[in-house]
Structures are given as structure tokens and as C-alpha cells.
Design a protein around this ligand. Sequence first.
Ligand code: ANZ
Ligand code: ZN
Length: 829
Amino acid sequence: MDKYEPQLIEKKWQDFWEENPDINQAKDGLSLPKQFILDMFPYPSGAGLHAGHVESYTATDILSRYYRMQGFNVLHPQGWDAFGLPAENYAIKTGVHPDVVTHKNIKNFTRQIKSLGMSYDWSREIDTSSPEYYKWTQWFFLFLYKNGLAYKKKAKVNWCESCQTVLANEQAEGGICERCKNKVKQKYLEQWFFRITDFIENTEIKKNISISKKEKKNITTGLLEGLEKLDWPNSIKSAQKNWIGRSEGSIVKFKIVAELSEVDSNFIEVFTTRIDTIFGCTYCVVAPEYKVVKKLKTKIKNWKEVKKYVQQAKNKTELDRMEAKNKTGVELKGIKAINPFNNKEIPVYVADYVLSQYGTGAVMAVPAHDERDWEFAQKYQLPVVQSISPIIKKEILQKKSKNKEFYVGYGKVINSNEYSGLSSSKAQEKMIQWLEKNKLGKRKINYKLRDWLVSRQRYWGAPIPIIYCDKCGTVPVPEKDLPVKLPKDVDFNPTGESPLTKSKSFHQVVCPQCGALARRESDTMDTFVCSSWYYFRYTDPKNKREFANKEKIKHWLPVDLYVGGAEHAVLHLLYARFFTKVLHNLGYIDFDEPFLKLRNQGMIMAEDGRKMSKSLGNVVNPDEVVTKFGADSLRMFEMFMGPLEDMKPWQTNGIVGMYRFLEKVYRLRTKKKAENRNLTTLVNQTIKKVTEDIKEIHFNTAISSLMILVNKMDKEERIFINNYEILIKLLAPLAPHIAEELWHQLGQSKSVFKESWPQYDKNLLKDEEIEFVIQINGKVREKIKIVRDIAEERIKKEISKNQKIKKYLKNQKIKKFIFIKNKLINIVV
Ligand code: ANZ
Ligand code: ZN
């Protein structure tokens, strides 16, 4: 072939790699150093691969090929996050079974990924919707259940009346159903939860069976503290911290008194992070769901009004409630609360800006120092009492200019009896001590994170392996009966019930304990459960007796590098960490973080700078680019666009440029070969640069230095054969097809990926010739090219022969030579 024709070359080598799978396969039981390089496995959508997939898969492919050439045993697998809503919604629209659509999409994804020359170990492919896989997802459910980490309780869910279905929060954004655009309601249903909140802080290990001796600590680090040892982007770490939302504060009991009757023994318990402001508390607010409200029914004079308000709040989503600009509420007439610090009677309101699920579901309102309370107080004309004075006055002035008189910062406590004059933090300390002594409250750490709601009233997911028996109650499916197979005979059109309730075959079951007729749980699991443990399965994908063999887990995990989109900052990564922590805590594994290093690929924008989207018609289809320019050009171009984690726009010119570059590389093969070294320094420098840059995931600069080398080689009359081989090897991880082709054109029969990575010679990194400056009395008079590391004596000799310098010196007497090695000499006359 004279011309560079990627279409011919690439198919040929993809077939070759498929016929020689050992090139890419991870080997169990080898004592070589290992690398587990993992992509976030894709959801096989109907749209196929997008430019972002190509970006992250190329990055991990480069590293995998690079480490293999460095002698590492590399695990680089791929699989499918195959369960999920889109396939089910598509089925509802078209009637095509989710199983059929999903597997059609997987086929297409596989074809596309292979056409990009990705070096996955396909012998470890997994599919979360296959019974062989979800058997173990179900096993994990039971494992959590048996260890008290899965439980059932009533919970509020998003409900669309017109679609007759439960919606995930993401599908009910802003309280609107994603599908029919109707308003979403809240409904109480029995739901399954995982106790992720047990793992927020460090916990003692419960079973200490197989933890290796090295692991001396007998704790599992918590979801918060564990972040500290991870090499992850800071933005992701702080997103996780915010999601967990740790607040230090206290609980305070406000006694309730009812007018016209004796003192009641009830309390309102509030959670506050600002106990120092309690002398500024002018009313209390409870959430509509707060239990005490109902209990006080007979004492509340305006019960009808209150009841109506509580009823209305039920239909609002939490988000609506939190973001509502216009705060509403109703006073509980006839009752008052007593501030334990000054014994003042204050009114109590029920208002939906207070959430039932956070803290205690009740707050002490301090309008002078809290924005929400301030707004509410303005509306209902409640008193505002200052209890903190800012240390820097400016802050309060700023707020005042906006006609708002609240100050949210810390400062000096005022109007607060014996606490007046203390700093906020001193006052907090003293006040909490006083509360604890008088049994009127206590220190409390609160978290925003709630237990993970895992049940879905959906068809296309892993069935929850639970049986309900009239006599025995909730009975876990015995392990030997797993998997509980997802039946095919269902009508997945939404009716409001889980589609599985209507499958007859599914419910023909007897109680495993007493043998009586029983019913199966008809909910399925959130697909995030499937993806919380998939990286374990890659280490031992065909195991029929365990989710993975312990030795294999020990050999391969934790993952050395995990690459994927920043949109998974919170949920997936948090859930996967939770699963790993559970396994560690129960003595299954000896590490408690699954992903040591995480990198996010940046978004690839359309050429017009906007987000790629079907409706804008600006989506780049990888298939088209591969057909036109080849996979190597696409891979190289996406890596050359900029740092992996940056957002970057697509450029058609750029891909053309990359194609030209590869053409140039291809042309070099016909160049005359030199017997003697040339370009030695540059080649050594390039090895060093490319080696370091790939390791640091700086692919764009690695490519730049290869370009410099290729341009130089292109200009030389001959190239030294060894250097040409080095170029091919350095290029191989980035552009595997052309590298394999050129390698074989050299007469090699084995794959270039069986070669070892080039090493550079430290002594040959510097240019042999350098530019040396000659000054006379500090003025530059001449620059000469001379060999590196030359000694002072030899320089003097050179100077004595130099005509220009002779002219300048004109027989003047030289007083001194100042010599700086490899740089300059200054002649003082
Ligand atoms: C009195 C106070 C005075 C407060 C002040 C703040 C400023 P973070 O930091 O997010 O944890 N709060 C407590 N429970 C609530 C609930 N269920 N719904 C809505 N708001 C609630 O927030 C803690 C603060 O949020 C608490 O401290 C409480 O208001 C409010 F100058 O108590 B604070
Ligand atoms: Zn039974």
C-alpha cells in the first residue's frame, strides 16, 4: 500500500487482535505488577456512542496499552449497565421488549467500540441484565438484608397521576413529569432502603475474619474521612461532602404550653446549628408532618385551618418547598412554646419551608440571623430580635442596603443575659453545656444524606429477592434459589403498580419456610445497585458460586484508575464506595475504597460551541468520522484537543490535521534508512516526554512531542532504523492500528504490543551542540555553536582563533575571563 488508507489497515488489525486475544487479556495468578484500569461502563442507549465515550475510552485504552508494554498485568474490561428506564420507556412507546432493544443496542455499542480499536479484555464482558449477573445483585441485596443493612418502610415518592407511575427524582425535576409534563404528586408507599447512613463516619469492623494482617486498623473509614486518601478531583470530593452534608449543632427542647389548660408535657425539639442565636428566637416552626401537630389537635383552636394547610403540603415536592420564594404557614393558635433560655412564650407555626426529613423536623426561628426566617417574619409580622453583632460592621450594612436586616454571620453575642459579650463559638459551647446539664437538649451532628431508597415500581431491573408469606411475613429467597428471574410475560404499560404484580408465572411461589402459597416482592432494584459492585465481577466474571473469588479480588482490586463523566460525582461513586465499605466491614475484603484514582473527561462541545444535541443537529457521530478519517485520527484528535478534563469544542479542521500527521508518519516508512545514529538526542528526549506524559494523562503534550520528532525525521535524508522503531512503539498506544501496520511492514510477525516500552538513555538527553555566548566587558559580541560540556581551556583556544573577537580585542590586555559552563564567557579588558 502506497497511500495511507486507514479503512483497510484498521479492519485488518482489529481482526488480528481478535484472533490473538492474549494481547489484551488480563492474566490471573501472575505475580507481575498489576494495573486495573476501568471505564464507567455505559448504559447501552439507542443513540450509540458519542464523542465523550470516545474520549474517555481512548484515554483508558492508551494507558492500558502503555502499561502492558511496560510489563504490567493489565485488567481493562468493558460491560453494560443494561437495566434502566429508557429501555422501558421505549418499550411502552413502541411495544418492543426491553430485552430486545437493550441487546440490539449492546451489539451496536460493541461494534462501535471495536471499530475504535479499543483493547478491552472481552472475555470478561458483563451485562447487568443477564441472570448470571443479577443473581449476584440479588445476593448483595440479601447480604445487606441479613446484616441489618436493608429494611422496608413507608416513604414519600414522586408520583405522576397521568402516567400512573413512580418517577425518580431526576425524572421529576421542578415537580413536573418528564414524560407528560403534568405536575408530579407525592405519594406514600412501602419502599426498601439500604442503610448507607451507617457508613458516613468511621465504623468498627464487625467481622474480622479475612482482613490481612497488614490492615491493623480495625475500622472501616467512613464515606467522609475516606475521601481524604483518594486521588480524585477536588470538585468531586466536595460534591460528595456536600451531598453528605455534615452539620454540627444541637437539639433544643422547647416546652409546649396550651392556653386555657394546664402545662402540657409535650416538647418541640428543634435542630439548630446556631444555638448562639437562641435569645433572638421569636417563634418556632414545625414541618407539616411533625408528629406533635396531630397530638395537639384538641388544643389547637384553628385546627381546621391547620389541617387544610397540612393536607396541601403533602402534594408538594421537597424541592418546591425548599425553593418557594413565597413562604407560607399557619400559626397553631392556642399553643405556645417556651424558650428554655429566657422562659419567654413564643408562637408556634406550621410551615412547609421546614422539611420533615431533616434534623428533627422543627426549627427555632431567628429572623434577625437567618434569611428564611427573616422572610417569613416579614410576611407574618413577627418580631425581629438581634442577638449577634457582627465583628465587622460592613457586612450588616450591605444587607441593609437591600432592605434586609438580617446578619447570618458569626460575631459577638448580644441581648443574651449572661452570655452577652461572648463570641459565637464560646457562647455555643456554654449554651450546649447548660442544655445538657438541665436535660433540655444535647450536642448533635446532623447529615443531609438519607438512607438509599432502592426499590422501583418498574419492570426492567433486578427483582428484589423477597417473598411475603401470610404466616411467616417477610422471607428472603434462599440463596440456592437465586436468581429470581425477571419474567417475560408482563405488560409493562404503566398502571401505577409494579408491572411484575401482573405476571402470573412470577407469583407462583411457595413460602421457603412453611410451604404455604406466598407472593413475591414485585418491585425491582434501582439500577445503581447493579453498578455498585460491577468492578468486583470483572475480576472473576464467570464465577457461579460467589460474586467473585476472594483471591482474585485481592489480586486485582482496588481499581488503580477510574475514568468517567463528572455527572456521576455523587450517586454512583457514593453507592459504590458504600458497597465496598460494607464488604470491608463484614470481613470480605481488606480495602475500604474501590477507586484509588479518579479522572473525569471534559465535555466535548459541538463545533458551534454549544452542547451537542440531537435537536440542534450538531452531534458528531463517531461512525462517520471513523469511516472518513479512521479510528486512529479520531483517537489522536480527541486526545490532542486539550487536557482530558477540560471542556473543548470539536473542530473538523483539527481532525483533518491529525489525518495529515498520520499520513506523514506513514510516509516515513519509505525513507532511506541510516546505519548510523542521527537525531539521537531528540529521540531520547521524546521517549522521556512521552513516557512521563502518558503516565500523567497528559496525552495532548505527548502527541505534540511526537509531532516534533516526526517533522524532524521527515526533513532528514535518512532515518536511523532503531529510532524509527522507537517512534512506532511510542505511537502505538495512541494510534494502535497504524503502529501495528508499520511494525509488521518492518518484517515483524509479533504484535507491536508484545514489545517492551522504549527506555531512554539519561546521558543522551541533552543536545550535543549548544550555543555559547562570548561577551566582552559584559556586551554580547559573538555566539558560537560548540559541543556541550566544553572546558574553559578549550573555549579560550576557540576564541583565539575567532576573527570577530580578535577584531574587538585589538591587542588589548585581557584582565580576566569569567566562565559559566555551557552558557557564556565574559572577557574583561
Ligand atoms: C436557628 C438558626 C439561627 C439557624 C440562625 C440558622 C441560622 P444546615 O447548616 O444546613 O445543617 N433547619 C433545621 N432543621 C430544618 C428543617 N427540617 N427544615 C428546614 N430548616 C431546618 O442547617 C441547619 C439550620 O437549618 C438550623 O439552624 C435550622 O435553622 C435550619 F441564625 O436554627 B438554624
Ligand atoms: Zn410462610
